[in-house]
Ligand binder design. Structure first.
Ligand code: TXA
Ligand code: MG
Length: 349
């Protein structure tokens, strides 16, 4: 398939005109990769059964793993889901923004889009490019992250090109993703209670401040037990795994450096906070060291994580070591992505 590339900036005066060809592709059932504030999405008309099947094929994704539908205005959810007071409270507090809400689905959305479930995940992104594209297309856009199944989500043009060039009609380049981790996903359980299915930039603390009781799905913090079915099908699949084995080190920097030094002296990679990069390079001869960002800047770490994992994949490191993040604030999202990338290998140092 031939892929066309369009580079855009959200402040472009002629944004709508330049997005028109992409909207036409969506209308006729094609595939468009587009930027959002979280990660890039691989989009198609969510109301078109054949179009959503194309997404699964292009991604290499199992067809029982449902897609998020993207809307341009929170009120549009009415057409596709049975909304509630809780939905509108979430919308008022967090939309447009990096949050996805799971609700009972209406029959305007085909079951291919929802992976056969009777619920649908709805998200109104903050990105002006994403919302303009949805508006111009006139339909909700179903979009998983624009990576091949099993790879880290794409947060820049080069990631998208590596994974999706030749597999979609158009790629819209909107620069580096602002947040770099996928949206927070919640399921509405009652008027004031939610289950957190996937942590993201919007934290449980913020959801509680908005008046919700929040329970955290067990799949967020640990591996599923044998035979256990997750509330979010995506949690079942191996995710974000780099090619070399990743180990998360639980302990202070001295312990981490000592551990890596004793374990091996070459061909491995240590991902560490900016504050420790110099010390790590001096201590660990032959070990590659990547800068994860300041220990105080979790947003910066979130933005870098997937790019670092993708960079690591270009080399054949014996092992990769990274610090185990704490679970406060956006740390919970980092923790969730990293324990899965590490296939739950945590070492106390
Ligand atoms: O930030 C994001 O959410 C990005 C951008 C493109 O919007 N999208 C994204 O989509 O991360 P995806 O498909 O890579 O991840 C969506 C997750 C999957 O794990 C899927 O299983 C879950 O959402 N999901 C979708 N519909 C669901 C539903 N009805 N019930 C429970 N989980 C659902
Ligand atoms: Mg994904």
């Amino acid at each position: 398939m031939e892929t066309e590339l369009i580079s855009l900036c959200s402040t472009d005066a002629d944004l709508e005109t330049r997005l028109t060809p992409a909207a036409e592709v969506i209308k006729r059932g094609g595939l468009v990769v587009f930027p959002t504030e979280t990660v890039y999405g691989l989009g198609a008309d969510a109301t078109n059964k054949e179009a959503s099947i194309k997404i699964y094929e292009a991604k290499g994704r199992p067809s029982d793993n449902p897609l998020i539908i993207h809307i341009a205005d929170p009120k549009e959810a009415e057409r596709y889901a049975y909304t509630s007071e809780a939905y509108y409270r979430l919308a008022e507090n967090f939309m447009p923004g990096p949050i996805t809400v799971v609700m009972p689905v209406k029959d305007t959305i085909p079951r291919t889009t929802t992976g056969g479930l009777d619920t649908v995940a709805v998200r109104c992104p903050l990105s002006p490019i994403a919302r303009a594209l949805i508006r111009l297309s006139g339909v909700p856009i179903a979009a998983p992250s624009a990576n091949r199944s099993g790879s880290p989500s794409a947060t820049s043009l080069s990631h998208v090109v590596d994974d999706m060039y030749g597999r979609c009609d158009i790629i819209i380049d909107g620069g580096e993703s602002e947040i770099g981790l996928e949206s927070t996903i919640v399921k509405i359980d009652g008027n004031d209670s939610l289950t957190l299915l996937r942590p993201g930039e919007i934290t449980p603390e913020q959801l509680r401040e908005a008046g919700f009781r929040v329970s955290v799905s067990s799949a967020v913090l640990s591996a599923l037990k044998e035979g256990e079915k997750p509330l979010s099908p995506g949690m079942m699949y191996k995710h974000y795994a780099p090619k070399s084995p990743l180990f998360l080190l639980d302990g202070d920097i001295e312990g981490q450096l000592k551990y890596v030094k004793n374990e091996n002296n070459s061909s491995s990679l240590l991902i560490t906070y900016s504050e420790y990069v110099r010390e790590a390079r001096e201590e660990l001869v032959g070990v590659e060291v990547y800068d994860f960002g300041s220990i105080y800047d979790k947003k910066g770490q979130a933005k870098r994580l997937f790019a670092l994992l993708r960079e690591a994949d270009k080399h054949s490191f014996l092992n990769i070591y990274a610090p185990l993040p704490d679970r406060c604030g956006i740390g919970l999202a980092l923790y969730n992505r990293m324990i899965r990338a590490a296939a739950y290998k945590i070492i106390k140092v």
